[in-house]
Design a protein around this ligand. Structure first.
Ligand code: PRP
Ligand code: URA
Length: 208
């Protein structure tokens, strides 16, 4: 699983534990997802190439490195990926955002796409946001939809994954780098990650 990067940081582990806690309310749950997103983004872009820009400063004009912010397109997978968007947009405010809504059929575990509002991606870095990689069906589907739009590269930021789903992504999309905070033990017979955080969409938006 060379393309799966398990980002290890005490701050991330601390946040994941808070997400697991069933006493964490939906407001805090969204806030922690946003913070995890931001830390994963920092790691994912740590070797990014910068361009130079002339900046007027107090002693005249100097050239300094800047990020080409408009090159990045964040794509949260609705619903549970939505809270991660706030955190990453704080880091790259001029990035674009596109939206994919994918829902698992909880009987068959098959993924269904019900909304695609992703802008053109040619020459862009597409960054997928979704807390959970369980069977990997939703991420696999999202990557396939995004690949049809020909981005320069695709990165995925995820909070918790099961080995089953991550293996699937690694085999089918070895070109996509997945930055993930935690790899858990397994899936249960209903396709939920154990120990996991439960249903991330329901917990984020206080539904059942
Ligand atoms: C969750 C999660 C992922 C998907 C992971 O979404 O946010 O998108 O499940 O499961 P998979 O790897 O087996 O596909 P869900 O389908 O519950 O939709 P929701 O965010 O609207 O609740
Ligand atoms: N979707 C979730 O929200 N949680 C899981 O454990 C699996 C799929």
């Amino acid at each position: 699983m060379k393309n799966i990067i398990n980002v290890k940081h005490p701050l991330l582990q601390n946040l994941v534990t808070k997400l697991r806690d069933i006493n964490t309310n939906s407001y805090d749950f969204r806030k922690y997802l946003s913070e995890v997103g931001r830390i994963l983004l920092v790691e994912a872009l740590k070797d990014e190439t910068l361009k130079e820009k002339e900046v007027q400063i107090w002693v005249g004009n100097y050239r300094f490195p800047v990020l080409d912010e408009e090159k990045y397109v964040f794509i949260p997978i609705l619903r549970a990926g939505l809270p991660m968007l706030d955190g990453v947009l704080e880091m790259i405010p001029l990035a674009r955002s596109g939206f994919l809504a994918i829902k698992r059929n909880e009987e068959t575990l098959e993924s269904i796409l019900y909304y695609d509002r992703v802008p053109p991606l040619k020459g862009k870095t597409a960054i997928i946001l979704d807390p959970m990689v369980a069977t990997g069906g939703s991420l696999d589907y999202a990557i396939s939809v995004i690949k049809e739009k020909n981005p320069e590269r695709i990165i995925s930021l995820n909070v918790i994954g099961a080995p089953e789903g991550l293996n699937r992504i690694s085999k089918k999309h070895p070109d996509v780098k997945v930055f993930i905070a935690q790899i858990d033990e397994k899936l249960n017979d209903k396709g939920y990650i154990i120990p996991g955080i439960g249903d991330a969409g329901d917990r984020a938006f206080n539904t059942e």
